[in-house]
Design a binder for this molecule. Sequence first.
Ligand code: PMV
Length: 327
Amino acid sequence: MRALAEARTNIALVKYWGKCDPQWNLPAVPSLSLTLDGLTTRTEVWLDRQWTADSLIVNDVALHGAPLERASRHLDRVLGPTRPRARVTSWNSFPTASGLASSASAFAALTVAAAAAGGLHLDAERLSILARQGSGSAARSILGGIVVLGVGTPGQPDSARATQLCAPEDWPALRLVLGIVSEEPKDTPSTDGMNHTAMTSPYYGPWLAAAPGDLRQAVEAVKKRDLEALGTVAERSALRMHASALAADPAVVYLRGATVEGLHAIRALRAAGVPAWFTCDAGPHPKALTDARYVAQVAAALARVDGVRRTLSAAPGAGARLLEEAP
Ligand code: PMV
């Protein structure tokens, strides 16, 4: 059996940072994200009992070692340990070298394609629970628009899944502008960064304590389509996440000069009356939440920051979907 699926990446506006159960990849904090149109991964899964090993090709390059093992483990999760071997072929619509190639769209697309290739008809809830075990943020890319991922209960693998709060067409003017910074030394992977923060940062406890309040305010803001309220929480949540990581021992530092200058550029725009709020993930790229009418201004401000090579902008996008299924 063969199946082709696609999923879009997402950016958290209330950040997931910390696990309450690393074995089942259960989040210790709730998160809220925007699925991004145009930043798409397409993944094809072929299953054949005659093959003796899995293979993984991403953007025409065969991958071995850790990425292949991670994909194989995920196929075991979706299809069970007695599954046929798989040939997984994946393409990103956005340049992999930009450092945006996200595990969110990758594991969401892999989950949907693998389930269909295995003849499983799973609903979004089940797909989200499975995708989460590959990568926390992937749970959210199963759904489109604005999505919430809840906190898990330790030892209960089904206890955290994503739900949609607002469909893409219900807030069509929302935009995320991304400033792409050249990435020299490789980032600390998010799982390592968050586990190290949890173990060594004196700010991890306060981070956990503040997260439910940030989620509540963000949900209220989304319900009212209040960009200013949502942007205010988003900027605060991102900076709180980075503050907890910066206080780890040794520090986990994702921020680069261009990230911090991006933050100042966005705040300066805001002081001049442009609705734009900063966010940033486990990498150096400054990003801004804004409205479609201000994209050109926000992108121009980020493009002027030293170290920002180019910018992208994205509207709310749809959830993961199956494109083809064949025997
Ligand atoms: O899904 P993971 O394990 O790659 O972790 C995502 C962590 C952040 O991107 C920094 C925050 C988030 O909520 O997406």
